[in-house]
Design a protein around this ligand. Structure first.
Ligand SMILES: Nc1nc2c(c(=O)[nH]1)N[C@H]1C(S)=C(S)[C@@H](COP(=O)(O)OP(=O)(O)OC[C@H]3O[C@@H](n4cnc5c(=O)[nH]c(N)nc54)[C@H](O)[C@@H]3O)O[C@H]1N2
Ligand SMILES: Nc1nc2c(c(=O)[nH]1)N[C@H]1C(S)=C(S)[C@@H](COP(=O)(O)OP(=O)(O)OC[C@H]3O[C@@H](n4cnc5c(=O)[nH]c(N)nc54)[C@H](O)[C@@H]3O)O[C@H]1N2
Ligand code: SF4
Ligand SMILES: [Mo]
Length: 733
């Protein structure tokens, strides 16, 4: 294997950017069926799509003498436009990671002890199927829960749907973007979706509220953001921390954490009081304007100043800028928005401002996403099962996600046995120990299980608690579900293996199918190899499977995505068939129909609010052992305001332990002194501080924010876990 040094990596990504647009340079992609790369000497290019995060960028893999060499963006792909982000380029390191899971493991002693025997696939799957059937027999299919994040879990979910399971959950709802989707659906009748429907590229002015593009590396958005900066768009950044995005902004609002709804209400107040809103649009398409006008009267910029610390003049000036450029201006709804437990209300305020700007489906604001129509595979119908999902008893959270479930709701039921017991967890592609707030609760739930199956690619923390661990082949070594993301043009992308797995890892579809066979569900997989499935779907859409394999992407014909292109506006999915400034659905459930502001709790004396976010070259907790990415950042630091640090006698670069309000301590973490953060909070990258010993190079490097998040506040509308209400102090080491 070629050694990937930092310099080598930078050369590679430099070449990628320089060559973007002509990466295919007339070279025809060689037919890659059955690893032709292995047989051919020289360089073979094989298109696929990335999985270092869930943006699903189209890529081209270069395979040199049968070995994975480098990755570039696929220029045909509308998401990557020929460029990958640094994490995507570093995907090579996931293939070569020496700490990967290499073969199925069966636990030989108590849970959490990390003692295993290596088994064959047949033994591991037979054992798993036996356990699952026993549990189903004894407690019913409702006692089995499946946690799955990302497109790779599609086939496994199919197996468990066929097995009668309904308790599915993903962290993408209650720990990520749920409040945003619920708020926009309540207001416009449509979600924001992923990839986000924000037209940053063509915008004249936009506000980013704690969404730190440039560190949050979602590729297309970062590319569009760079273009907007180049064009001189007016950018407003609201963040307690001076982020990369803030450094590109015309206006930076260093807001007191947790007070954003006060700012947003003041912006609404000014839009209405100064008659800056789009009157025709509001008259024609919205419901509840007169009541909103009354409601926001007290929320003046002077009122908001006391809450947020942002000068009234700056509040006025920034919203006037948004209004000046309407409808090509917008407030970005963000993505990771479970912050304080009243997040739907904050995101409703964001939705309302956008409605007042009249920017829905307008160029430079929110486009209408379009999607390739690819028929589903004609599977037999799933068995009828007659039980309620476990995670939302008595519909406590009236707008909880049905597709993505409530992860922590499953955990609660596993601890309490109510409304009924959960006895088995199946975990695919989500490191629940690092992902769910309050690790003690996660571990308590795990102790109550009869069986825990984890399917992962590295020895993540959650796999260390499993009874059976199944090693999946990484995305560059397998076929997977098609990518038919809604975006600016309809397209379909394929994931296909570019190199074989190096050890005894297997493709996810194969694992799902073999497990189904052992569960007596083989008839749910009428196809024998996934290529039959993929070909069926692609050809049913009237497209050529050969072309898709060769190019990686097939584009559909463009469709109008803006009012400016002739798109008609309609809001048929809300009860009033209008944009609901006044939410009739929230009112009906006894919740506030207008956004409510709740003052966040203050830190105890000597404590600082713990904030966290993305490391630009890592994805959550999954990339810290990737040799290429860890070479760039191998531990996190805690950002501390310099004045505060001087006062406390903390020096730059020294190690400290963070202790939270409940006395929970972190691993040691380096202090970073900076003026780029407010004095009342500290900040760290999420994903570090691994405690799995088998992640040899990432073990105890940096600290885990999750370890310190013992407190979380649940959103009453949709059940999301707000994690930003924890406070820490420093202990010297
Ligand atoms: N490099 C990289 N990029 C990623 C990912 C990754 O793992 N790595 N993950 C992707 C995913 S799934 C998601 S959800 C997104 C998440 O990315 P974002 O949606 O951008 O969300 P966060 O990471 O929560 O944002 C953290 C920012 O919010 C600020 N902040 C904290 N509290 C407050 C507050 O009270 N008010 C305001 N105004 N700001 C606050 C923090 O200082 C920080 O700058 O990133 C995506 N992109
Ligand atoms: N404290 C804290 N918690 C958070 C966040 C935060 O900022 N701070 N962010 C929240 C957000 S926005 C999100 S979206 C979630 C993300 O939550 P998760 O999706 O759980 O993210 P990871 O922690 O990276 O865990 C992903 C797991 O999938 C494994 N994996 C990677 N590739 C593959 C594959 O191809 N196949 C299989 N089978 N497994 C694979 C990885 O090795 C890793 O163990 O976390 C949420 N929780
Ligand atoms: S944004 Fe980066 S990591 Fe995510 S899919 Fe695209 S290239 Fe891969
Ligand atoms: Mo997320």
């Amino acid at each position: 294997m070629e050694k990937f040094t930092r310099r080598k990596f930078l050369e590679i990504s430099g070449a990628t950017f320089a060559g973007a647009g002509l990466a295919f340079g007339g070279t025809k992609l060689i037919d890659n069926s059955l690893f032709s790369a292995e047989k051919t000497s020289g360089v073979v290019k094989i298109p696929s799509y990335c999985s270092i995060c869930f943006w699903k960028c189209g890529l081209v893999a270069y395979v040199k003498d049968g070995k994975l060499w480098k990755l570039e963006g696929n220029p045909l792909d509308p998401l990557s436009k020929g460029r990958l982000c640094p994490r995507g380029n570093g995907g090579v390191g996931q293939h070569y990671d020496p700490d990967r899971l290499k073969a199925p493991l069966i636990r030989t002693s108590t849970r959490g002890k990390e003692e295993w025997k290596v088994s064959t696939w047949d033994e591991a799957l037979t054992f798993t199927a036996k356990k699952l059937m026993e549990i189903k027999e004894k407690y019913g299919p409702q006692s089995i829960a499946v946690f799955s994040h990302g497109p790779g879990g599609a086939f496994l979910k199919h197996t468990f749907n066929a097995f009668g399971v309904k308790n599915f959950a993903a962290p993408s709802f209650a720990q990520c973007r749920g409040p945003r989707e619920v708020a926009f659906e309540l207001t416009f009748g449509e979600i924001v979706g992923s990839p986000e429907r924000t037209d940053i590229e063509n915008s004249k002015c936009f506000a980013l509220i704690g969404t730190h593009l440039g560190e949050n590396m979602h590729n297309s958005q970062v590319q569009e953001f760079a273009k907007a900066v180049e064009r001189g768009a007016t950018i407003i950044v609201v963040d307690p921390r001076f982020s990369i995005a803030a450094s590109k902004a015309k206006y930076y609002l260093p807001i007191k954490p947790g007070t954003d709804t006060a700012l947003l209400l003041a912006w609404i107040n000014v839009l209405i009081e100064e008659n800056l809103y789009d009157k025709d649009f509001v008259d024609k398409y919205t419901f509840g304007f007169e009541q909103l006008k009354e409601y926001v009267k007290p929320f003046t910029p002077e009122w908001a100043f006391v809450e947020t610390g942002i000068e009234p003049d700056l509040i006025r000036e920034t919203v006037r800028e948004l209004a000046r450029y309407k409808p090509a201006s917008f407030v970005h709804p963000g993505r990771h928005v479970n912050w304080y437990g009243n997040d739907v209300q904050r995101l409703r305020a964001v939705a309302i401002i956008n409605a007042l700007l009249g920017n829905w489906n307008h160029k430079g604001a929110f486009f209408k996403p379009v999607k390739m129509n690819i028929p589903k595979y004609p599977y037999p119908p799933y068995p009828e099962v007659d039980y309620e999902v476990v995670y939302n008893p008595n519909n406590k959270y009236p707008f909880a996600g049905e597709d993505e479930g409530l992860t922590q709701g499953i955990r609660d039921a596993t601890i309490t046995g109510k409304p009924y017991p959960i006895k088995a967890w199946v975990v695919y592609g989500t490191n629940l120990i690092q992902t769910l707030p309050n690790q003690a609760e996660t571990l308590k739930a795990i102790q109550n299980l009869d069986f825990l199956l984890v399917i992962d690619v590295i020895p993540s923390e959650i796999s260390m608690w499993a009874d059976v661990v199944l090693p999946e082949a990484i995305y560059l070594e397998r076929y997977d579900e098609l990518n038919v993301s809604p975006f600016k043009v309809p397209f379909v992308g394929i994931r296909q293996p570019v190199v074989p797995p190096p050890h005894d890892q297997r493709e996810g579809w194969w694992i799902a199918r073999e497990l189904a066979k052992k569960l007596g569900l083989e008839h749910y997989f009428p196809w024998k190899h996934i290529e039959e499935y993929l070909r069926y779907r692609v050809e049913a859409a009237g497209l050529s499977y050969e072309q898709l394999k060769k190019d990686g992407i097939i584009l559909g014909s463009s469709q109008p995505i803006y009012v400016e292109d002739g798109l008609q506006l309609e809001f048929s999915n809300t009860p009033t068939q209008k944009i609901e400034l006044y939410s009739t659905q929230l009112a009906e459930k006894g919740l506030s129909p207008f956004p409510t502001y709740e003052r966040p709790p203050e830190p105890p004396p000597g404590y600082f609010r713990l904030l966290f976010g993305r490391a630009p070259v890592h994805t959550f907790s999954m990339t810290q052992s990737n040799p290429i990415l860890m070479d760039m950042i191998n531990e996190n630091e805690v950002w501390v305001n310099s004045d505060v640090a001087n006062y406390l006698g903390l020096k730059n670069g020294v190690y400290v332990v963070l202790v939270n309000q409940d006395g929970v301590k972190s691993n040691k973490v380096k202090v970073r002194l900076t003026q780029r953060i407010r004095p009342d909070c500290v900040y760290m990258y999420h994903g570090f501080g691994h405690t799995s010993k088998l992640l040899k190079r990432a073990y105890l490097k940096g600290a885990s924010d999750t370890q310190l998040i013992t407190r979380y506040d649940i959103d009453p509308v949709m059940g999301g876990t707000g994690m930003n209400n924890n406070f820490v102090t420093f202990e010297k080491v």
